[in-house]
Design a protein around this ligand. Structure first.
Ligand code: ZN
Length: 569
């Protein structure tokens, strides 16, 4: 990367121009014709590569627009541009599906498969299965609803202790060691959601209905089927995922451990009963927080990744020095964190919302894992579609990075590093049942699209009892009737995504387990996974890197044992 440093632009120097849908259409049409007529693989390849450049340019413009919009959601210009993409992205997807249909039906397909590998054909077929010209209007409507929801969240303005807070800057108060403070903070957040509940219910209801309509028009039974296609699940289905959830609950590996964690937490905090507002406070004297100021996150990250990969400057430093990251929370910045790639430049961008909690470090490391994988896989395929794998596999890159940086956490937490690692591992474990809960909820919702908002809330509350049996809402008017799902953006904007984090967690924990005995082997597995990009499906990727399938009950059993040992449970 350092060789390319000279050529690398600053993020602010990248020019944005709204891409032309007409030019895209022309390119797509001409590629389609060339592919249909091609009898020579070279001709087909040339045509495809020209189209790849056009797609890369369109996607780069979209990503650039999304990032600039997310950095200041109040900027009217980027809001308009996002509207443009909401409206036109489905058209572009449909045009590209047309191009790939010609690839699928090419008379010289066997030669092309030999040349390009089969992954692009699998992806192409999948793309064909999820879009058609008949559903373009519905797709635009779906994406406007998603934008509307995210917009409301980013504008959240919670008055707490006399100050305006975002949902993200509320987090430290939610974890406060002072019980009254955290109780009030939780109440403030609950009040915020309660007052927006009718709006969120309306948006979600429309989303469920529109997604169901799209599914039916495309010939699916329901949105569960389409959702799996959209998530590109090539080697597993809802039955297999149900078995995974069962491994977490029924076989008594994970949920019982979380009950033990809560019991110990209650004792540690010295409270007679653990209420929902106590849950985020794991330690009596407070959760570990970084002992360095926010202004040193970047330089410390540079040192850490430099050591870890024996590279100076590290990929992290190069990205930061060119402004390809924005780490801190502020008003009118989109919530959450992500890493998005600007394909034309081959450079990932990291956006997150640091708020001086331990999560800052975990998120920075997590998104850096995505960024590292994006850089490592840059030459793994000539097709942009195959550069990064399906999302669960991407989450292995990021989650494993969280574990692989454990030995360096003293740099951020000094004497509290042990507490950080304990907290991080505890949260990972608590996450598994929660992730399964979010997943099963969506299966219920989309298998029964006729449910009313009230029925959905009740269904959530029932499932909570299965996956989080220890939760006590103290009769909170938002949470007790089953409102907590509304806090999870993925349920609105990325249906069926959530189980990916759980599958990734189980793979990343395997890497952690290996790293405790053999650091070098763990790093080799990690490099292998990142460098493979999206050239294989999930199970193939995982197994070819030397890990076991996350669906294996034995893996779950083994990891539960190792984690208990690590946490002294
Ligand atoms: Zn991630």
């Amino acid at each position: 990367m350092s060789d390319e440093k000279m050529k690398m632009p600053k993020f602010s120097d990248i020019q944005y121009t709204r891409p032309s849908v007409e030019a895209f259409r022309e390119c797509a049409m001409s590629t389609r014709l060339k592919l249909m007529a091609a009898r020579d693989p070279d001709v087909a390849e040339n045509a495809l590569m020209i189209f790849q450049r056009e797609m890369s340019a369109f996607d780069t413009a979209f990503t650039l627009c999304m990032i600039r919009h997310d950095l200041d959601t109040s900027d009217a210009f980027w809001n308009d541009e996002m509207d443009f993409f909401d409206e036109h992205y489905p058209v572009v997807s449909e045009l590209s599906a047309g191009v790939y249909a010609a690839l699928l039906h090419s008379e010289i397909r066997p030669q092309l498969e030999e040349r390009f590998g089969t992954m692009i054909f699998q992806k192409t077929q999948n793309q064909r299965d999820i879009v058609s010209s008949e559903v373009l209007d519905e797709l635009s409507e779906e994406s406007s609803l998603e934008t509307e929801y995210s917009q409301i969240l980013s504008e959240a303005d919670i008055l707490f202790k006399g100050k305006h807070q975002t949902l993200s800057t509320m987090t430290p108060f939610l974890e406060s060691t002072d019980r009254e403070t955290r109780k009030k903070a939780h109440k403030a957040v609950s009040d915020y959601y309660l007052s927006n509940k009718p709006k969120f219910d309306e948006i979600y209801d429309k989303m469920v209905k529109i997604r169901t309509t799209i599914s039916k028009k495309l010939g699916y039974k329901d949105f569960v089927e389409l959702g799996y296609k959209r998530m590109e699940r090539y080697d597993y289905d809802p039955e297999k995922v149900a078995v995974f959830r069962d491994n977490v609950v029924r076989y008594r590996y994970i949920v019982p451990i979380t009950s033990e964690i809560r019991r110990l937490q209650k004792n540690r905090l010295g409270v007679d009963k653990l209420y929902y507002y106590d849950l985020p406070c794991l330690f009596l004297h407070g959760n570990p927080v970084p002992t360095i100021p926010q202004s040193e996150y970047f330089s410390t990250g540079c040192q850490m990744f430099g050591k870890m990969f024996s590279k100076d400057p590290s990929f992290f430093q190069v990205l930061g020095e060119h402004d390809f990251m924005d780490l801190f929370s502020r008003q009118n910045k989109a919530t959450g964190g992500y890493c998005a790639s600007l394909l034309d430049y081959g450079i990932p961008y990291i956006l997150m919302n640091a708020n001086s909690t331990a999560d800052d470090v975990a998120t920075m490391v997590h998104e850096s894992g995505h960024a590292y994988a994006a850089l490592r896989s840059i030459d793994s395929s000539q097709f942009i579609e195959c550069l990064s794998p399906t999302l669960e596999a991407c989450e292995i890159h990021s989650t494993a990075m969280e574990y692989l940086t454990y030995p360096y956490m003293e740099m951020f937490f000094e004497k509290q590093a042990d507490a950080y690692r304990e907290q991080h591992m505890t949260l990972a474990l608590l996450f598994l049942p929660y992730g399964c809960l979010v997943d099963e909820y969506q299966h219920v919702v989309y298998s029964h699209p006729e449910m009313t908002p009230e029925e959905r809330h009740a269904a959530w509350r029932e499932l909570e009892k299965k996956y989080q049996p220890d939760i006590d809402y103290d009769d909170d008017p938002f949470y007790e009737p089953g409102g907590a799902w509304m806090k999870k953006e993925h349920i609105f904007t990325s249906p069926f995504y959530y189980i990916d984090y759980c599958l990734a967690q189980v793979c990343a924990l395997q890497i952690w387990d290996i790293s405790r005995k053999n650091r070098k082997k763990a790093m080799t597995i990690y490099e292998h996974l990142c460098a493979a990009g999206g050239t294989k499906t999930l199970i193939d990727l995982v197994e070819s890197a030397g890990l076991e399938s996350p669906f294996s009950v034995d893996v779950m059993k083994k990891l539960a044992y190792q984690v208990c040992d690590y946490l002294n449970l």
